[in-house]
Design a protein around this ligand. Structure first.
Ligand SMILES: Nc1ncnc2c1ncn2[C@@H]1O[C@H](COP(=O)(O)OP(=O)(O)OP(=O)(O)O)[C@@H](O)[C@H]1O
Length: 301
């Protein structure tokens, strides 16, 4: 099988005349954490449910691990957490995993490593009913991890979690990424996605507005320099960063220049400015957050 673990082309789900998902294209490659990002009602859950074979598409096509959605041959390699885990509250975290392992035809010994991967070993013997929401959510991820699936599908894994629970989930996702797991996760929390995902699709009204690496979506950084004299500073900046690097300037005392550049350009730019006798009052790097991009794309949705 090739390295595109999930491929959707023109995937569509209509409820009556309304398209919950509208001609959606997406590709999840092996080893990446792919963020499916959009506001409430964008069609994220419907898309993930279609990819798992839980909802029948009204149009388009999809392959998951080389098979049609819901095909047992593909599902064998998928672990999923969609809309909260089904737990036995009276059983311990470890016993929940042992039971699920048995149902999945796996040895009970698969439970321990899954529990360890989500950082719950110390609470292994506690009843699930005594777990916090964040811990239950992580136990849900452990259930999805049983059998070490090729693809992990998580629908809004941080939904409803407090900052500590969110941080724990983020750490877990980063561990998954470091372990080379392939993860498809949905979220409306931009900061989360920005920190854990390799690539992101931004969706709204069932459509993908853009897809790319977090860095691509954010675009290049800008450098803001406060310096005197302004004309010399502009000349030096163009010499260091290129003729079209000056995006704007404003006179003042000191004057300000906005430049297209990268954080790595800062030391040389500063040295050249000072070398040319320019007084540098401030030199700042301004990077767009994914949130800025998202708000631009969705018009503040
Ligand atoms: N069974 C259904 N019948 C009718 N409409 C539905 C159904 N399921 C979803 N929808 C509609 O499809 C749209 C997309 O819903 P979906 O749950 O996929 O969005 P989402 O991005 O996951 O949002 P949220 O974060 O709020 O769960 C919504 O307008 C929703 O009301």
């Amino acid at each position: 099988m090739d390295d595109d673990l999930v491929v959707a082309r023109g995937l569509t789900k209509r409820y009556g005349s309304r398209a919950a998902v509208d001609s959606l294209d997406l590709t999840v490659r092996r080893g990446e954490v792919y963020g499916f990002l959009g506001p409430n009602g964008a069609g994220k859950t419907t898309t993930l449910r279609m990819l798992l074979g839980l909802v029948r598409p009204t149009g388009g096509s999809a392959r998951v691990l080389g098979h049609p959605p819901g095909d047992p041959r593909g599902l064998r390699g998928v672990g999923a957490l969609v809309e909260g885990p089904g737990l036995f509250p009276h059983l311990s975290g470890l016993d929940n995993l042992r039971v699920a392992a048995r149902w999945a035809g796996l040895p009970e010994s698969a439970a321990g490593p899954a529990l360890a991967e989500v950082g719950l070993e110390e609470r292994a013997g506690d009843r699930a009913s005594a777990y916090s929401l964040g811990m239950r959510q992580r136990l849900g991820v452990a259930l999805a991890l049983l059998g070490s699936p090729e693809l992990l599908v998580l629908d809004e894994p941080t939904n409803g979690l407090d900052p500590a629970g969110t941080a724990d989930m983020r750490a877990l996702l980063l561990r998954c990424r470091a372990a080379g797991r392939t993860v498809l996760l949905s979220s409306h929390l931009l900061s989360e996605v920005q920190q854990v995902c390799d690539r992101v699709a931004v969706v709204r009204d069932g459509r993908v507005l853009t897809e790319g690496t977090v860095a691509e979506l954010r675009g290049g950084a800008e450098l803001v320099v406060a310096a005197e004299p302004l004309a010399t500073a502009c000349r030096v900046a163009e010499a260091v960063l290129g003729a079209d690097s000056v995006l704007g300037s404003s006179a003042g005392s000191p004057g300000r220049i906005r430049l297209r550049g990268a954080p790595a350009d800062v030391p040389r730019l500063n040295a050249e400015l000072v070398g040319a006798g320019v007084q540098v009052w401030a030199l700042q790097v301004e990077e767009r957050s994914l949130e800025d991009v998202f708000l631009e794309l969705t018009g503040g949705a």
